[in-house]
Design a protein around this ligand. Structure first.
Ligand SMILES: [Zn+2]
Length: 592
């Protein structure tokens, strides 16, 4: 640009001295622009740049700076100084673009006596300034930011998840990219239509202070404990019906039925108000209870369809039943404080018995001693790990042989990996209570660590028993229940909340400022606002949420990386599927 201006000045000088040239400025700038392969617009820019250069002694920063005077305000030494001094004086976590904007417009600029045409800044500008000065907006909820998308164990889990979901996708309705109208699947004999039903939980806290804080460099968010009462929502959405609830007409029809034939509830959504002397915190028991009602509603809406019930991967959701085969609920020896577990069948894939030994494989095994046991103290008592393993004769023989006769209940390595599981449990519990801010950093870090790599499978009783097929394949309680009712239960891979369409419903309510309205107000107002906010979201919008998750599923299935995914999702905004990988790569190159 500087060259253009210099050339322009030379030529203008020549033109001005030429007696026949009437408009030297215009003609000179046009000639230079043409010479540089540009047009009228560029010629005008040359003239403007020359004027600016003459006045300020330098070129203006950019097109934006030329058009909006306020952008150059931060170039003013006194303004930067004033802003920095103001920010440094603020308490940790109390900086907001709104307050900065106010301070700049009301204090800093008036003090400078500037004569620029528009000497105020907008909140948007305040945000840009904060970013330029090295501040970022951090989520208070999560002190530490983890991204495990590309961790090997997570990729493996994602692959498995996608393969399974793709299998069911063929049995689901498709929706037109434009009209969102339903296109039924083509079903083979005996096949049933499947409906995807993602579940999620969300907490709205009242009078809770800002959830986000503007912080400099590596400052960590200040975690303040909210004193308002939280509102906890758990719900499903359906691509077919939007909400998992009966319509007005269906509810009216229900009312005409005899009481014994009516549904217990007509809406799957459940909202609780936990706190001291109030509702208890959300737990698996409540989710199980809600799931039972949700399945009743689903089966009422779609009598011969199969639900694909989708849950986030969390130790809370994947909890086992109280009597499930779970080594964590067992002691080494019989009796004492340990749970009564269900009976099982000794796995057939256990080692073959040594010569002369009994083959116990395929035999029924109780986890509790019978009431008529010869030793009176053992009657009705849980057996404990040692006896259970000894009854699996070939397994116990193998274990004692490998350990040279010295078998421990739980070795050091296993205790270490238990620390991670305990941390996971604490994180899940805190999340259920909306109290992530009370968590220790160490717990958060530990809970997100990848699982320990392959190690000795025969180290101790605890590990050997937990790896026995019947213990290892014990299904989460939710899955057990849903499969029992003829449905499908799936858990999302870790770190992949973008694959959960209902997350977008919470985001939608937030975007609509509903939550902000709710969380800024008193508990009773919020209690009434929250369901209203959520009801604003109609079926069409919910189908758009699903469209977005199908796009993600499609890009992950195609093996695109993070950058390609972001590009594809933007490019194919209004399609259920993104283009071919080669097409996306070509488009990316073209746009670079
Ligand atoms: Zn061990």
């Amino acid at each position: 640009r500087l060259t253009a201006v210099a050339e322009y000045l030379k030529l203008r000088d020549k033109y001005q001295r030429h007696p026949k040239c009437t408009r030297p400025c215009l003609n000179a700038s046009l000639a230079i622009a043409r010479r540089m392969g540009k047009g009228v617009y560029f010629a005008r820019q040359i003239r403007q740049n020359e004027e600016y250069l003459a006045k300020h002694g330098r070129l203006c920063l950019s097109k934006e700076s030329a058009q909006h005077g306020q952008y150059t305000l931060l170039d003013n030494e006194s303004v930067v100084h004033g802003v920095r001094r103001y920010l440094a004086a603020q308490n940790l976590g109390s900086i907001t673009p709104h307050l900065l904007c106010h301070h700049v417009n009301k204090v800093i600029i008036p003090a400078l006596d500037l004569t620029t045409k528009k000497a105020t800044i907008s909140e948007r500008t305040a945000i840009n300034w904060l970013k330029k000065l090295g501040y970022t907006c951090k989520d208070v909820k999560k002190g530490v930011y983890f991204d495990g998308h590309e961790r090997p164990d997570v990729i493996e889990a994602r692959k498995k998840f996608l393969t399974e979901l793709t299998k069911y996708e063929q049995l689901m309705c498709k929706y037109d990219d434009v009209t969102m109208e339903l296109i039924p699947p083509i079903l083979g004999p005996g096949e049933k239509e499947h409906v995807l039903l993602p579940q999620d939980e969300c907490i709205v806290s009242t009078n809770d202070g800002p959830r986000k804080q503007w912080l400099q460099g590596n400052q960590q968010p200040l975690k303040k404990k909210g004193n308002g009462r939280p509102i906890h929502i758990s719900d499903w959405i359906s691509e077919r019906t939007g909400r998992l609830a009966l319509s007005e007409e269906q509810i009216a029809a229900q009312a005409k039925l005899p009481e014994s034939q009516r549904l217990r509830v007509t809406d799957a959504r459940r909202i609780i108000y936990p706190g001291k002397n109030h509702d208890g915190w959300w737990d698996l028991k409540q989710l199980m209870d809600q799931t039972e009602d949700a399945v009743d509603i689903f089966e009422h809406l779609h009598p011969d369809k199969v639900g694909v019930w989708l849950f986030d991967c969390s130790s809370a959701h994947e909890g086992l039943a109280a009597d499930a085969l779970n080594v964590n609920n067992m002691n080494v020896n019989p009796g004492g404080k340990q749970k009564h577990l269900r009976s099982t069948v000794i796995p057939l894939n256990n080692p073959a018995p040594k010569p002369g030994q009994r083959d116990t494989r395929g035999m029924v095994q109780d986890m509790v001693y019978p009431q008529d046991h010869p030793t009176p103290e053992l009657r009705g008592q849980p057996k404990g790990m040692k006896s259970v393993l000894q009854e699996r004769v070939s397994v116990w023989d193998e274990l004692s042989e490998r350990r040279g006769g010295k078998v421990v209940g739980k070795c050091k390595e296993c205790t270490k990996s238990q620390t991670k599981k305990d941390a996971e449990r604490r994180v899940a519990a805190a999340e259920a209570m909306g109290q992530e801010d009370t968590l220790e950093e160490a717990d958060l870090a530990q809970a997100e660590e990848p699982d320990a790599p392959e190690r000795d499978a025969w180290c101790c009783m605890h590990r050997v028993l937990s790896l026995q097929a019947d213990f290892a394949n014990e299904k989460p309680m939710l899955q057990h229940y849903l499969e029992g009712r003829g449905h499908v239960c799936m858990f999302l891979p870790k770190f992949h909340c973008e694959l959960n369409a209902i997350e977008m419903l919470w985001g939608y309510a937030k975007y609509r400022k509903c939550y902000r309205l709710a969380s800024d107000s008193k508990f009773l107002t919020a209690k009434c606002l929250v369901p209203q906010c959520l009801d604003l979201c109609d079926t069409l919008t919910i189908r758009r949420f699903f469209r977005k998750t199908w796009q993600y599923i499609d890009t992950y299935s195609k093996g695109l990386d993070a950058r390609q995914t972001a590009f594809a999702i933007k490019k194919y905004k209004s399609h259920h599927r993104v283009g071919l990988t080669s097409e996306i790569v070509a488009l990316m190159q073209a746009s670079d």
